[in-house]
Design a protein around this ligand. Sequence first.
Ligand code: ACO
Length: 129
Amino acid sequence: MRFHTRKWVKPEDLNANGTLFGGQLLAWIDEEAALYSIVQLENPKVVTKFMSEINFMSAAKQGDIVEIGIDVVKFGTSSLVLRSEVRNMMTREKIITIDNITMVNLDEDGKPKPHGKTQIEFVEDRLGK
Ligand SMILES: CC(=O)SCCNC(=O)CCNC(=O)[C@H](O)C(C)(C)COP(=O)(O)OP(=O)(O)OC[C@H]1O[C@@H](n2cnc3c(N)ncnc32)[C@H](O)[C@@H]1OP(=O)(O)O
């Protein structure tokens, strides 16, 4: 799994328990999944369709740095299925895992559109195209 993004847990990210608010973490993951999909599918119109069971395994507190990992599970026809893991760089503990995040590639009318992709592409590989 590649960890592309780090986030710093700030006072505005906390819940009443004084730890990272789960909704904030999910927003970060959703944005990461969307950005990853837009780059991979080369289309800015990609939406989140489905997220599987979410397992919060440990908490993060103010000042902690968390890193968000994304991996491809499957390239579908219009979909891209991802998995995500977030870990705490201070404690080295896993914070959350999500095994299936299904993103859907859309056309101009907001309908599912085949993306034609079958494997992960890296920016270096695209430079020669
Ligand atoms: C980044 C963000 O936060 S985006 C904001 C939140 N998301 C949204 O607003 C999306 C709202 N939903 C929608 O607009 C519609 O449901 C759409 C356009 C995404 C999909 O429409 P559908 O009629 O379900 O499309 P359709 O049945 O053709 O399925 C499209 C793909 O999604 C997959 N899919 C559909 N339903 C599900 C589901 N429940 N779970 C997993 N995958 C699913 C299908 O398998 C298909 O994949 P494939 O083309 O690779 O075989």
